[in-house]
Design a protein around this ligand. Structure first.
Ligand SMILES: *Cc1c(COP(=O)(O)O)cnc(C)c1O
Length: 363
């Protein structure tokens, strides 16, 4: 069996257990010294001036938008292929998501489609660095500059990724990260963080994650309670030290897939558009997805689909933003992900490639 994912702590097990024990011994569980330390270290790791720990990646996006003053009456342009949470977070902030189609080659938002979707109500662009591959930030920064739009980067799948050598999350006013257990940097539960370029945006976000509290007992505005707790912050600090090695391992496995797999009538392997890709996932496309997935499954190889439904076709959004995105429709019908995680042995890649090559010969 080759499972799609394994989430049990592995080489980090000892450090994670010690981190949890230290928090229990200290007896401080919310908004304490572990969170402060993690925020400092995560900001340094991502090249951002400020980091703010919150409850989830979804909250990180919503709070980032709010902290930038984006809310009711505003439109935010985003990608139709992503975890639906990207767009739901825009709605949580009170704004309306508008979908611009993706690039067929890069599978991230197409800057020309973004430019075409700008209206007088557009306040921001929310590009998603999907699967760990950076969106085309050079072009998106140009579109944002032309129309005076904010950029909030969804980095939930792209911890430590770079775009043309520059860290993702550093192109816009703010960026959002998820530490959901499956992400490249995962907690043992929910967690998230936003990063901000400006100190006043960071300060506002710190208030917004804490019920809108401005100082003890004073609430200038009402907002959610969404804080990264001390145990998760301590676990994330311990794991952050492993992240560069895990990222290198993901890249090595991806290159192994690339040399073992050939695009053909049954399978297309998307091109690596930037070497800063961190391979949260390894997606491939097939016009006969169900057949290929079934064949892999019969050989003991688990696969999953990221994502089967374009976000504007979700019932929760169909009325808000019924945008037409034909490339997203095709990608969602054909894409599926092969197993890829740091503990995956190299032999597993060879096995997957072997199953796929027999398929190609039979078709
Ligand atoms: C995981 C994810 C989110 C949501 O993060 P949560 O921590 O689950 O709320 C948002 N956007 C993308 C691209 C994601 O992968």
């Amino acid at each position: 069996m080759i499972p799609f994912l394994r989430l049990t702590p592995d080489e980090d097990s000892q450090s994670v257990r010690e981190a949890i024990d230290r928090v229990i011994g200290r007896g401080w569980f919310v908004l304490g010294p572990k969170l402060d330390a993690f925020e400092t270290e995560f900001a340094a790791a991502t090249g951002a001036p400020h980091a703010i720990g919150v409850g989830t990646g979804t909250d990180a996006i919503a709070i980032a938008l709010r902290a930038l003053g984006i809310g009711p009456g505003d439109e935010v342009i985003t990608a139709p292929v992503s975890a639906a949470y990207s767009a739901l977070a825009i709605m949580m902030a009170g704004a309306r998501p508008v979908f611009a189609d993706i690039s067929a080659e890069r599978l991230t938002i197409d800057p020309d489609a973004v430019a075409a979707a700008v209206t007088s109500r557009t306040a921001a662009i929310l590009p998603v660095h999907l699967y760990g591959q950076p969106a085309d930030m050079t072009a998106l920064v140009r579109v944002a500059g032309r129309h005076s739009l904010a950029i909030v980067e969804d980095c939930c799948q792209a911890h430590l990724a770079t775009c043309e050598g520059r860290p993702v999350g550093s192109f816009g006013a703010a960026a959002a990260y998820s530490f959901y257990p499956t992400k490249n940097l995962g907690a043992l539960g929910d967690g998230g963080a936003l990063t901000a370029a400006a100190a006043d945006v960071a300060d506002r976000a710190r208030r917004l994650r804490n019920g809108g509290q401005s100082d003890k007992y004073h609430h200038a505005e009402f907002r959610v309670n969404s804080r990264l707790d001390e145990i998760q912050a301590a676990i994330l600090r311990a794991r952050l030290r492993f992240l560069p090695r895990w990222t290198a391992r993901r890249r090595a496995l991806a290159q192994a897939y690339r040399s073992a797999l050939q695009s053909g009538p049954m399978i297309t392997v998307p091109r690596e558009c930037d070497p800063g890709h961190v391979y949260h996932l390894f997606p491939v496309l097939s016009p006969q997805r169900a057949v290929v997935q079934e064949r892999l499954n019969a050989a003991g190889v688990e696969t999953l689909i990221h994502y089967p439904i374009p976000i504007p076709r979700q019932p929760a959004l169909a009325e808000v933003s019924p945008d037409q995105c034909p490339i997203a429709d095709r990608v969602c019908a054909e894409v599926f992900s092969l197993p890829l995680y740091p503990a995956l042995p190299a032999e597993a890649v060879a096995k997957v490639a072997e199953v796929l090559s027999t398929l190609a010969h039979r078709s």
